[in-house]
Design a protein around this ligand. Structure first.
Ligand SMILES: *[C@@H]1O[C@H](CO)[C@@H](O)[C@H](O)[C@H]1NC(C)=O
Length: 305
């Protein structure tokens, strides 16, 4: 084939691919973290330029990018490299174009890069190794401690919520989180993208006086015998609640005092009113007496004239 014909064919191929959207395509995360001894799931989806096939008509492999014959996963388990035998599993459904791979018991030198390869059983020509989209794994030898979100100063009798979480890349065997303090716990897992997951536990409890100055611990348990810091602790200080006796006694005594003073005032006012009235009536009396005497005197003077 001449160079020009080759170029033309190539262009036709690209054109067809663009127009009909039928290309060999894979989507993976090019860089993944993995905790040594735990598992890692490499997310993977793919497309092929043929009619959709059932899982049974699709063969899938994962190989190292340096040696295409060095399989870390193969439909035929006997062809898997010894150091990976029994440790790799396709957890995606090939019929659904999902080629996600689980590597269990992650070892220090499982770095890759690893590439996906697909073969359609329908035609001998339909096979493809995605060597331009491989996955490199960064080994994490020691887990870092869980993250804890909690208040330090809590109020006695008021429910509080503490949150403990870890990020990981082993969604097929999720870690578990446990608490040193009794209470209600809710565990949840969410995909936060790029093959990373967050496992989270919420603890709800009502602090008592006994919790003052105590430590609440959250412990993570990973799949596998992972090393590292598994626990995070958090000291809490409990503020005493202004309880009933602290509130009612001052109120009652205050009210009582107010009532007493009020009563006293009332008595005094009544008393004084009476006294004033008395004085007034006496004043009236003395005045009228004076009038009477005066009149009497005038009469006498008048009659003697
Ligand atoms: C692929 O399969 C895995 C395992 O069942 C699943 O967790 C993931 O969500 C699937 N990916 C897509 C894109 O459907």
């Amino acid at each position: 084939m001449g160079v020009q014909a080759g170029v033309l064919l190539c262009w036709l191929h690209v054109l067809c691919a663009v127009v009909f959207g039928d290309v060999w395509k894979v989507e993976v995360e090019s860089k993944m973290d993995a905790l040594v001894s735990s598992c890692v799931v490499l997310p993977c989806t793919f497309k092929y330029p043929a009619q959709e096939q059932p899982s049974s008509r699709i063969r899938a492999m994962w190989h190292t990018n340096t040696k295409p014959e060095e399989f870390i996963y193969h439909n035929d388990p006997t062809r898997v490299k010894d150091s990976f035998k029994g440790r790799t599993k396709l957890i995606g459904s090939l019929g659904d174009l999902n080629c996600s791979l689980e590597i269990d018991g992650v070892r220090n030198h499982d770095n890759g890069p690893y590439c996906f390869r697909v073969e359609l059983v329908t035609s001998i020509k339909d096979k493809y190794s995605f060597v331009n989209n491989c996955v490199t794994i960064k080994m994490i030898e020691k887990a870092s401690k869980p993250e804890l979100l909690a208040e330090t100063s809590v109020a006695e009798g008021q429910p509080v919520i503490f949150k403990c979480s870890v990020r990981h890349t082993c969604p097929s065997h999720q870690p578990t989180l446990s608490w040193s303090h009794p209470g209600t716990t809710i565990m949840s897992y969410k995909d936060i993208g790029q093959g990373t997951w967050e496992a989270e536990s919420l603890l709800t409890f009502t602090p008592t006086k006994e919790d003052d100055h105590s430590s609440v611990a959250c412990t993570v348990k990973y799949h596998g015998s992972v090393e590292g810091e598994m626990q995070v602790t958090h000291q809490i200080f409990v503020k005493e609640q202004a309880n009933l006796s602290h509130f009612i006694i001052p109120t009652i005594s205050g009210l009582g005092a107010a009532l007493l003073v009020g009563l006293l005032c009332l008595i005094i006012v009544i008393k004084y009113k009476k006294r004033i009235a008395d004085l007034q009536s006496r004043n009236d009396n003395t005045e009228s007496e004076a009038h009477r005497l005066h009149a009497l005197l005038e009469n006498r003077v008048g009659s003697s004239n």
